[in-house]
Write a protein that binds this ligand. Structure first.
Ligand code: ZN
Length: 252
């Protein structure tokens, strides 16, 4: 079957002398993998069209039951150069891509909402918004869109209103009311308020939210622990240390 779809390049792995194996987040087929033969040759039709995080109109030859498609054409729709020009924006984009790769599997139904979210996050990372706030707003939505949403309103044990100072239990999916007290963990009131806002407001508004210094990092780590509990696997998030290195260098 031949197909064409817009797709973001999430991962590029060199395969053989001149070919690439790509992991793509596509509008029409969700997460797919494709081999682009000869893509690394300077005169290749793919040259400059399949850079990290660019949004590309990609043509594929797909075969039922095969994990790896063959790329037959690629024309970049949006190069997202702003991301690749700025090391910190690039590191954050890598971090978000790692989150997408951890939560979106090949078996997922086409996830248009995740595709659109990815584009939005890339635009904002290339712009003036604070990157940690973009990342946290993006991850909160990503978890919801992939079926791992954080419950912040009703008790995950009994379904009653969880109240102002609930407990926190990633295993049951979020907050726990005081009637179902379980001596689990607490969640900081500030993070709970942020997550409630993130779950109910427009992305644009959530991105503009400010937290205390280090608050978004705490929020990221809370969502990471939540996701790892729900997904039952650790996420390596290698880009996180790159983000930290760049931030520390900027501070020093
Ligand atoms: Zn309860």
């Amino acid at each position: 079957m031949r197909a064409t779809t817009p797709a973001f390049v999430l991962r590029r792995v060199r395969w053989s002398e001149s070919s690439l194996i790509l992991t793509l987040l596509s509008l029409d087929f969700g997460r797919i993998s494709g081999i682009a033969k000869g893509a690394l040759r300077p005169k290749s039709q793919y040259y400059g069209q399949l850079e990290m995080f660019s949004c590309t109109e990609i043509s594929l030859s797909r075969r039922e039951g095969r994990e790896l498609d063959t790329v037959t054409g690629a024309v970049a729709l949006n190069h997202n150069e702003g991301i690749r020009r700025d090391p910190l924006a690039f590191a954050f984009a890598c971090l978000f891509a790692e989150w997408v790769l951890a939560t979106v599997t090949h078996d997922n139904e086409p996830v248009r909402s995740v595709f659109l979210l990815f584009g939005e996050v890339m635009n904002r990372l290339a712009g003036d918004d604070a990157p940690w706030s973009v990342i946290c707003a993006g991850i909160e939505r990503l978890l919801r869109f992939t079926g791992h949403g954080i419950e912040t309103g009703t008790c995950t044990r009994c379904g009653r209103e969880a109240g102002k100072c609930p407990e926190w239990d990633p295993l049951s999916g979020g907050v726990v009311c005081d009637k179902c007290l379980s001596n689990e963990q607490n969640i900081s009131p500030g993070l709970l308020e942020y997550l409630r806002k993130a779950g109910s407001r427009e992305f644009n508004e959530v991105v503009k939210t400010r937290l205390w210094p280090g608050g978004f990092r705490q929020c990221h780590d809370l969502m990471r622990e939540f996701a790892e509990t729900r997904l039952e696997h650790r996420m390596s998030l290698k880009s996180l240390s790159v983000v930290e290195d760049i931030e520390n260098a900027d501070r020093g």
